[in-house]
Design a binder for this molecule. Sequence first.
Ligand code: F6P
Length: 412
Amino acid sequence: MKSEHKLFKGKTLAILSGGGDTPAINSSIESIRNRASMLGFKVYGIRKGWKGLLGDGDIVDLSHQPYDGIYGGTALLSSRTNPFPSKKNPENRVPQILQNIKRYKIDVLVTIGGDDTNGAAKRLYETEGIPVIGFPKTIDNDLRTHSMHTFEGKSIEAVLCPGFPSAAKGMMEFTARLKTTAESHSRIMVVEVMGRDAGWLTGTTVFGGAELALVPEFEMTKERKDFFMETVKETYLSSPKKSLIIAVSEGVRWWDDAKGKVDMVYASSELDEYGHPRFGGISGVIASEIYAKTGIDARAQISGYYPRSGECRNYDRRLTMTLADKVVDLLLREEYGQMPVMNKVVPYQELEEFHTTSIDMGQIGNCPLASDYYDVDSFTFTPAYHDFLKLVLGKPHFLSFDAEFPVVVPEK
Ligand code: F6P
């Protein structure tokens, strides 16, 4: 395409990333930047999410710059800044944002984020007419992308959100590694997994060898907790190596004997600008209760930022490029207030533009785990979820060492 014929010559597209980072954001930025540049846009990066549009603005030029899309996190930096008034910050920042969009002559805004960032973008589109395109992102995989998964003839509403595939791979490997130490000490290992309100990421531990799991979608009442303790003991005692990995979501609601109600365990009760508290520590509570109730040695391990960190994995790389192809389509049609998504959950080889569609950003919101994916009675993920994981991750990653050594009896 000769530059003088480029369709959007003289126009500027700006990209921002908001909310928790993921290993796939740089890949998204690079893919969007490359495609927008080919269309003729000058491409800017807004630093620190919405914060980069406050005050004098914090904007960099991404056009014709080298960019490493494999490196995890976001080179544009991120924040949980909310343009609209919140309990934590009553100030309405919209006028500052509008002023900077005008000052920097930004024609189109692409917002890489989850429900919070894209929800704010959608409001700006609707109330102020700012041309925005949302781009999905979260390791929690709870952003409603309307991606369908077909399992045994049934269509299940799933989510396929950039960031999740890389985090899932990290979580699978993390769990598989823990197995060796759990086995060496005949222990129960309680692994805590990020995910806030949804158990999608917690479920990925089953591909690393976790056998039982607790998710935020189903609260652990007193009765369910008693039943869970029995299940834990039985599963441990019947395991060949006398070891067990249990995955728990950070936001699990767990019966607290002292309080006489179910509650969550917070790392900090301070809320961010979108009203979210910070979770952390439920695994320690559960491990010590398992020991107290069953006498089996149990330890807690918080996986924390491990799945959120590190490089963009293959599936995410191709997913972000495919969704960026759909951004081109939206730009060409000048369709704003939309977010590109995969219309179905497909294996790596089928991540192609013809499986994408776009949804109105008003339809995103949070998507909990479908009941087809988790069996409340056995505290396990179902075959349907295993199939979903197979599409995204390929094979499970089970380490095992099954040597049976003959026992030596001393001679008489
Ligand atoms: O939303 C992504 C996420 O990683 C959640 O799983 C987690 O609860 C939260 O972000 C932690 O956010 P922060 O790093 O800002 O404390």
